[in-house]
Design a protein around this ligand. Structure first.
Ligand SMILES: *[C@@H]1O[C@H](CO)[C@@H](O)[C@H](O)[C@H]1NC(C)=O
Ligand SMILES: *[C@@H]1O[C@H](CO)[C@@H](O)[C@H](O)[C@H]1NC(C)=O
Ligand SMILES: *[C@@H]1O[C@H](CO)[C@@H](O)[C@H](O)[C@H]1NC(C)=O
Ligand SMILES: *[C@@H]1O[C@H](CO)[C@@H](O)[C@H](O)[C@H]1NC(C)=O
Ligand SMILES: *[C@@H]1O[C@H](CO)[C@@H](O)[C@H](O)[C@H]1NC(C)=O
Ligand SMILES: *[C@@H]1O[C@H](CO)[C@@H](O)[C@H](O)[C@H]1NC(C)=O
Ligand SMILES: *[C@@H]1O[C@H](CO)[C@@H](O)[C@H](O)[C@H]1NC(C)=O
Ligand SMILES: *[C@@H]1O[C@H](CO)[C@@H](O)[C@H](O)[C@H]1NC(C)=O
Ligand SMILES: *[C@@H]1O[C@H](CO)[C@@H](O)[C@H](O)[C@H]1NC(C)=O
Ligand SMILES: *[C@@H]1O[C@H](CO)[C@@H](O)[C@H](O)[C@H]1NC(C)=O
Ligand SMILES: [Cu+2]
Length: 609
């Protein structure tokens, strides 16, 4: 070989090793196994190819990912969603059943085949089918772009936090969505976990800067996170690099990610506590045996003592993400072309079950996945009505600037996630305290002098109790995208809307055409892949037969009155069943609590008996 030929070959080789995108293929089969996550109780968990926990995925920007997801369950459908991916032109691989795909039937396989083009940073994947991710079907998904990472560090490490139940979602669900749980009290988890365990030891080197990718893959409760006597310099939120912001405490709702730089000390004589703490304001009750915090160990010296738990003066002093500034200083988008105002409420329908509502609608799945309605509707696709009256569907035009104004009329905090986008957080109001006699405070334009010049951008954000936020994004990603509360219990209660973004482009882009596999998945589960929300093809405006929510409580009755009536008829079994819901055999005042929340005098219940 001549020298020039060899140089050429080397050049070609290096060209490929540095610029050629790779394909990463995974073959995952779901199943059930037993695993003791918290070291306290073994239980059934969802396994991947018979193993637990699920593997992490690490790819580079531009790579192709092919995931064969085989449904190994015998009695449940499944789906897979990678949280935070934009999936431009690849909407059919986003995952939510009845939005972008059909549920995958037992024994069937779906190929998720997409490239990661515009995302870098810290993401995660999980089942998008009821409750499954709380049973362990989840993992981290890291997209590297080492050359363009703006900050220096020596080592990288991931930390995955969450909460853990001793019962499966399947065991908890029937009692949760139940007439006898009229207030919609969420099941109380048993422990906080970290990296799928508790009491973790992280051995660190002195004088080293770590890039820590911290992900909350829980299904319900937000957490405070801090490391004794160490600062954390935040550099990424939800895949968006930020200007540095140094803090000693973070607050992560479920589904949020923070990457921070942690520089270790020179002195290796002492070890330090890594602390997690429940945001206990999100728990309806705090059982006396619930450990509200969990301690893990930042270990410089394994011969030195383990630290005990670390106390801090004030838990309210965490980094307020609203003030983070994106590294690339994306300016506030122009005034919105379209404002969607959503009033959030939790309430009962005639079946007595507690549901979640946006503008009086609890999201109810259509008969045809919404993306498939878009693809089969021709010119009707821009008509929001064809997507059904119970799906809270909004049609967006290409490149519109959209504001979502969310008014939380509920007394709880809720973390909202928008698929397919990062949004600018342009306003988040303070909490309004019902206990202090404050009423819910809907967004009022007059409350705001000006929005931030460089708003924080991320894909998951919380709204304060009885309060409001405004987020702004650009409709530059044709697809059908979910906007929903990430609390798995609340998604199940219907706290979601559907954004149908630029339907004409969805139809025009050849990469959005359904793969044969996507169609087969529908056929195998008996779901139509053409037609409007009701499955009608002849006339897309004919919604006869669509799925709709339960009826409202009749006028003249208050919701509480109807529930009270139901209760009084069945008061005999009230005690038993509420105990099952709250999971608290030892809690004596559970009946009183339910009654208190219902605001019914005890005498009324008794006299009705
Ligand atoms: C995935 O693994 C299963 C079980 O080992 C095997 O039957 C199947 O052919 C594999 N699929 C692919 C696409 O490799
Ligand atoms: C963590 O510590 C608690 C309390 O000592 C213990 O009950 C539990 O089994 C430990 N878990 C693990 C995974 O080590
Ligand atoms: C799977 O989904 C189909 C279509 O919605 C439904 O009819 C079926 O009951 C589901 N299967 C299971 C096991 O939940
Ligand atoms: C994944 O999609 C790409 C682009 O459409 C295609 O070339 C490739 O063959 C697909 N992979 C599989 C395994 O079908
Ligand atoms: C946490 O778990 C991941 C594997 O999921 C591992 O790569 C990482 O090193 C662990 N972090 C620590 C601090 O042990
Ligand atoms: C953390 O940062 C604060 C503010 O910059 C500083 O006062 C404090 O000394 C730092 N703490 C540690 C442990 O480095
Ligand atoms: C800046 O970062 C945001 C969030 O990652 C991204 O959406 C946007 O395209 C970036 N803008 C520029 C000009 O790079
Ligand atoms: C941890 O929780 C226990 C009760 O669950 C409490 O007594 C203790 O003060 C808490 N510690 C910290 C650091 O918050
Ligand atoms: C860091 O965050 C705090 C709020 O927690 C904010 O007041 C401050 O302006 C931020 N600083 C920078 C440099 O982003
Ligand atoms: C929701 O229903 C209430 C009571 O019927 C009504 O006053 C309100 O206007 C409705 N809200 C919307 C957004 O339709
Ligand atoms: Cu919620």
């Amino acid at each position: 070989m001549t020298l020039t030929a060899m140089t050429k070959l080397l050049l070609v080789a290096s060209f490929f090793s540095f610029t050629s995108a790779q394909t990463h293929t995974f073959n995952w089969t779901t199943g059930w196994g037993t695993y003791n996550v918290d070291g306290v109780k073994g239980r059934e968990v969802i396994t991947c190819n018979g193993e637990y926990p699920w593997p992490d995925v690490r790819v580079s920007k531009g790579d192709r990912v092919e995931i064969y997801l085989n449904n190994g369950f015998t009695d449940a459908n499944t789906t897979l969603h990678v949280h935070g991916l934009f999936l431009k032109g690849q909407n059919q691989f986003d995952g939510p059943p009845f939005l972008t795909q059909c549920p995958i039937a037992p024994g069937d396989t779906m190929l998720y085949n997409f490239t990661v083009e515009d995302n870098i940073g810290t993401y995660w994947y999980h089942s998008h089918t009821a409750g499954q991710y709380q049973d362990g079907f989840k993992g981290k998904f890291i997209i590297e772009d080492t050359e363009n990472f703006p900050y220096e560090y020596d080592e990288e490490v991931t930390l995955e936090i969450g909460e853990w139940y001793h019962k499966t979602s399947g065991e908890l669900m029937p009692a949760f969505m139940n007439l006898f749980n009229p207030t919609g009290a969420e099941p109380i988890p048993q422990n906080l976990i970290i990296n799928n365990t508790m009491n973790l030891t992280w051995n660190v080197e002195p004088d080293t800067t770590y890039l820590v990718r911290l992900v909350n893959t829980g299904g319900f409760v937000s957490q405070y996170f801090w490391i004794e006597d160490h600062n954390m310099t935040v550099v990424e939120v939800d895949g968006v690099f930020t200007e540095r912001n140094t803090t000693d405490m973070l607050y992560l709702t479920i589904a949020q990610r923070y990457s921070f730089l942690l520089t270790t000390k020179s002195d290796t004589s002492k070890n330090f506590a890594i602390m997690q703490k429940f945001d206990d304001t999100m728990l309806d009750i705090i059982p006396s045996d619930l450990q509200l915090n969990a301690t893990s160990y930042l270990t410089y010296n394994s011969d030195a003592d383990k630290p005990s738990e670390n106390f801090v003066d004030s838990i309210d002093d965490y980094l307020d993400d609203f003030y983070l500034v994106p590294y690339n200083k994306t300016e506030l988008y122009d005034e919105a072309d379209y404002r969607i105002t959503l009033d959030l409420q939790m309430d009962n329908l005639i079946d007595g079950i507690n549901y979640a509502f946006f503008n009086n609608i609890t999201y109810t799945t259509p008969k045809v996945p919404t993306l498939m309605t878009v693809l089969s509707a021709g010119e009707e696709a821009t008509n929001a009505a064809i997507y059904g009256t119970n799906t809270n569907s909004f049609v967006l035009e290409k490149d519109q600037i959209v504001d979502i104004v969310l008014n939380n009329l509920d007394t709880g905090k809720h973390p909202f996630h928008l698929h397919g986008h990062t949004f600018q957080t342009i306003w988040r109001d303070r909490p309004y305290d019902a206990d202090a006699g404050e009423d819910p405070h809907p967004f009022d334009d007059d409350d705001v002098d000006s929005f931030p010049q460089y708003p924080m951008m991320r894909d998951t954000i919380y709204v304060n109790p009885q309060s409001n936020f405004v987020i702004r994004f650009k409709a530059d990603n044709p697809g059908v995208w979910f906007f929903h509360c990430h609390i798995e219990w609340h998604t199940i209660q219907g706290l979601a809307i559907v954004l149908i973004e630029d339907p004409e482009s969805i139809q025009a882009e050849s990469s959005q055409a359904l793969t044969q596999n996507s169609i087969d998945v529908c056929n195998n589960v008996g779901v139509l892949y053409q037609g409007n929300a009701a499955g009608n093809i002849a006339d897309y405006t004919d919604l006869t037969g669509q799925n709709i929510q339960q009826k409202s409580i009749p006028s003249g009755f208050t919701a509480k009155g109807v529930v009270a009536m139901t209760f009084s008829c069945l008061a005999g079994i009230l005690g038993l069943l509420t105990i099952a819901v709250y999971g608290l055999m030892e809690m004596p005042d559970v009946e009183q609590k339910v009654i208190k929340e219902l605001d019914i005098p005890l005498t009324e219940l008794i006299s009705n008996k």
